[in-house]
Design a protein around this ligand. Sequence first.
Ligand code: G3H
Ligand code: ZN
Length: 274
Amino acid sequence: MLATLKEVLEIANQRGTAIPHFNIDNIAGIEAVMEAADTENYPVILSIGQGAINAGNLWYLADAVQRAANDSKVPVVLHLDHGVSYEQTVVCLRAGFTSVMYDGSHHPFEENVRESLAVIRSAHAVGVSVECELGAIGGVEDGMSHDHLNLVDVGEVERFCAQVNCDALAIGIGNAHGLYKGTPHFDFDRLTACRKLDTPPLVLHGGSGTPDEMLRKAIELGIRKINVATELRMAYMEGLEASVGQRDFYKMCKQAKDNITAVARQKIRLFQGL
Ligand code: G3H
Ligand code: ZN
């Protein structure tokens, strides 16, 4: 069943767990992630990011996710990842999204506040949740490269949340998009300081390649949504590469899809503390 980001984060808060945000880029990704969520019987966020939007058709993917959600017994969020403009979030409202992210983190603080409030005003008018971001997350996501690692300013979090009634807030604590060069170092003290403030549920981007014990600790300290994209895309490509020699198209597709399902199930179990 379709759900809003706010609704599934309430479940995470009650259980002290995190909800997985999986980026999907095609129908196979939708089917694979939904198989994992249905098998594990746990809420899931299916996210359409800028790469998928630029490479494909947002409307087709949005319709397919809504169909998959209606066929499922678990709560499913249809989410826009790293929304680049107010206008893009309006298109997603029209396309049936139940959650949108407006990423104003690389704009001046006041502009981020202003644009985030505009997105929230439209989205909340039609019951859609909004995720915002402070402190541009490092690494490369869908071509949006932030080569500097950004550690969020705790004072800015307090000022932002006092003005912006978003439903989730993505913060930088040393996390980065894409695979890490070496072991990442998270500033858990900074996360703890943010959690002591009056904030909405906190989001960790850049989940791929993060050691499980670091994700467990982040969840213990209050992270309630964790984004994973690169690991799913790599699993898909490895599945295709592993089976290309068989020259059997449907076997290749199945292997690629099964690879995504396996990664998604492992993350779902990890994020709920199993
Ligand atoms: O917004 C999407 C995620 O932050 C993806 O990060 O590719 O490192 O898993 P990741
Ligand atoms: Zn991200």
